[in-house]
Design a binder for this molecule. Structure first.
Ligand SMILES: [Fe+2]
Length: 267
């Protein structure tokens, strides 16, 4: 009888809780050698912007999702939102640990982060979720390039963890956005999808302008950057695969085709 009342969001809850416990047991090994001056110049300010983005406050998002969970009778959604934001804070803490170890300064403000915060504070649930999905999609591809761009074993390991966890977050958000938009009139559904694409394209240009050195260092030019990000955007509804938590693998009906790590993604 209990199985009949179980919702997909309860499966997601099980994943986030199991994953948080598994990660808590893992200790990151600190780098033994310092970063070269060239690496510091390459990574420092760029990584600081993404670290700042990872610690964007989530109270408004949690509040909106809580209201939505009451509206649709999905109580698991509120806890899920809290776990999602907790995971983002853990990402921020992990990056800060690396930056502090190498005496790289943290950022307190950046205009791009301020724009995202403004939208999250005043936007509706759809817009809030969409901007978060945009940020996660871009960050996921950024970490994919950041690992190879550095010789730091600590940073490379962190990038793997970040990508694994953000792949799951992207899939969850896509599911949630589809559900939220599906409750609106069909024209609204189409219009919102088009608006999201425009925002995503604009965000990509800003990211390239600010972080192109990281992508170029890992062998990705503008065309490749544009292509892999749009591919990941289109495939955000495709379950992630690879080295992922067993609970998530079960949840997503694990398959052995990884659309995000195949040879066509520009690397
Ligand atoms: Fe993150």
């Amino acid at each position: 009888m209990r199985e009949l009342t179980k919702t997909p969001y309860e499966d997601w809850l099980a994943y986030f809780e199991a994953n948080a416990k598994a990660r808590a047991k893992e200790t990151l090994a600190f780098d033994e050698r310092p970063l070269s001056e060239r690496e510091r110049q390459l990574i420092g300010r760029s990584l600081a912007q993404f670290q700042l983005g990872e610690r964007s406050e989530g109270h408004n998002l949690i509040g909106r999702i809580t209201a939505y969970s009451h509206e649709v009778g999905e109580p698991a959604l509120t806890r899920l939102a809290v776990l999602l934001i907790d995971e983002e804070y853990r990402h921020a803490a992990m990056l800060a640990q690396f930056m502090e170890h190498h005496s790289l300064p943290l950022l307190e403000h950046h205009w791009v982060d301020s724009c995202f915060r403004y939208i999250r504070r005043f936007g509706g649930l759809d817009l809030m979720l969409t901007t978060l999905l945009i940020a996660l999609t871009i960050a996921s591809q950024y970490y994919r390039s950041l690992g190879p761009a550095s010789r730091s074993p600590m940073l490379k390991r962190m990038c793997v963890i970040l990508r694994e966890e953000e792949a799951a977050q992207i899939h969850l958000l896509n599911q949630l956005i589809e559900e939220v938009r599906g409750r609106r009139p069909s024209f609204g559904y189409w219009w919102r999808g088009q608006a999201a694409k425009v925002i995503f394209g604009g965000a990509l240009l800003i990211v390239w302008f600010n972080h192109s050195r990281i992508y170029r260092r890992s062998g990705i030019g503008f065309a490749g950057f544009w292509r892999v990000n749009w591919r990941q955007w289109r495939q955000s509804g495709t379950p992630p695969t690879g080295s992922i938590n067993p609970t998530l693998a079960h949840l997503l009906r694990f398959n052995d085709t990884d659309p995000l790590t195949g040879p066509e993604n520009g690397q």
